[in-house]
Design a binder for this molecule. Sequence first.
Ligand SMILES: C[S@@+](CC[C@H](N)C(=O)[O-])C[C@H]1O[C@@H](n2cnc3c(N)ncnc32)[C@H](O)[C@@H]1O
Length: 380
Amino acid sequence: MYSLAGYGHMIEDRVRMDAYARAIRKTVRPGSVVLEIGTGPGIFAVLACQLGARRVYAIEADPIIQVARDVAAANGCADRIEFIEDLSTRVTLPVQADVIVSDLRGVLPFFQSHLLSIADARHRFLAPGGTLIPKRDAVWAAVVEAPEQYARFVDPWEKNVLGQDLRPARQLAVNDSQKARFTSQQLLTSSQLWATLEYATIDSPNHRGSLNFSAQHAGIGHGIVVWFETCLADGIGFSNAPGAPEAIYGSTFLPWLEPVSLAEGQNLRVDLEATLVENDYLWRWTTRIASTNGSGPGLCFEQSQLAGAVISLAKLGQSASDCVPQLSEDGRVNRRALELMDGKNSLEKIARQLAPEFPQRFQRWQQALSYVAKLSGENT
Ligand SMILES: C[S@@+](CC[C@H](N)C(=O)[O-])C[C@H]1O[C@@H](n2cnc3c(N)ncnc32)[C@H](O)[C@@H]1O
C-alpha cells in the first residue's frame, strides 16, 4: 500500500513516466478499449482517454482510486473511464481490451502477485491481437563491490556499542535483500541476463537460473545486484542498470555471508531462485567462488530469505498440522461480529450488540463500532 506521496514520487519519475507515456501514445488509438491494472491516481487511464480511447477500465484495489475518479472528472473524461475498486483477479469485464497497461512492479518485476495478475488479465481480458504494456522485462545480475551498501546489513550487529557478540543477528541480516543503488564502477563482473519475462506468454510467477561470472578486475565482492530493464513497446523502454539514469525502482542487493577478495579472471557461479510464497517473494542465492588457482575447494555461500527470517518458535508451532487450535478472545469477537454481518444489521446495531457481550474488550459501543467497521471493510 502506497501513500499519496509515494504515488507522487512515481509520477515525478521522468524516466518511467516519459517511457510509459510514449508507449501509450504509440499504442492507444481513437476507439480503443483500454484496461489499466492498478491505476493508482489514474494518470495513464486519463492519458488513454485523451488519446481517444472509447472506453477505459481502470482497476485499483487501493483507496487511491477515489483520487483517480476526481482526476478523471477534473480532466473531463469521467464518462469514459469505468473505475473498479478491486483486485483485477476478482473482476469481470463486459468486453475485452485492445490494450492492457500496468506497472505493478516493486524494485523488480518479481513483486507480490504482479506476474500472476498480468497472466490472469491476459487470459481473461486481452482481445485477440491486443497489446500489453509492458511487453517484456529482462532481469539482469552482476557481482558488485559495495562496502557502504553491505555495511547497512552488518554494521548494526558488528559495531555494537556494548561490545556484545551479535553474530546470530548478523547471520540473519545477510540472508535478506535490500533495495540499493550502485554506480557502474562498482560492478566487478559483466552483467548477465537471468530472466526474460515475456508478458505475452508468462504463466509462472517463479524463476530459477544459474549465472556464470568472471571478475573483470580485482576487488572486494560484497554480493549480487539484480535489476530489470523493460521493453514497454517496440523500441520504447528504460533500464535500471547501475549507472543508468535514476528511476524510482533502483535495484535489489543480495549480500554474501562475507566480503570476498576477488582476483581478475576469478570465476563465480550463482544459482538464483525467486519463488512466490503467498504474496511475497522468497529469494535463494547460492554462490560458488572458484579458488584463485583453480585447485582448492573455493568458497560456497548458500543463502536464502528463509534462513534470514526471524521466526517465533511459538508461532511456528501454531502452524503445525497436529496443533489443536482454540479461539482467542479476539477470535471470539471476530466470529460473533462476522455472524452479525448477515446483510440485515447496520454497523451501529452490530456494535451495540457486540459491546455488552465483550465488556472487557469494549467499554463503550463506539469502540466496538470502529472495530466492526474495519472488520467489515476486510470481509464484506
Ligand atoms: C506501482 S503503482 C502504479 C500506479 C499507476 N498505474 C502509475 O503507474 O502511476 C501499482 C498500483 O497497482 C495496484 N495493484 C497492484 N496489483 C493490482 C491488481 N491485481 N489489481 C488492482 N490493483 C492492483 C496497487 O495498489 C498500486 O496502486
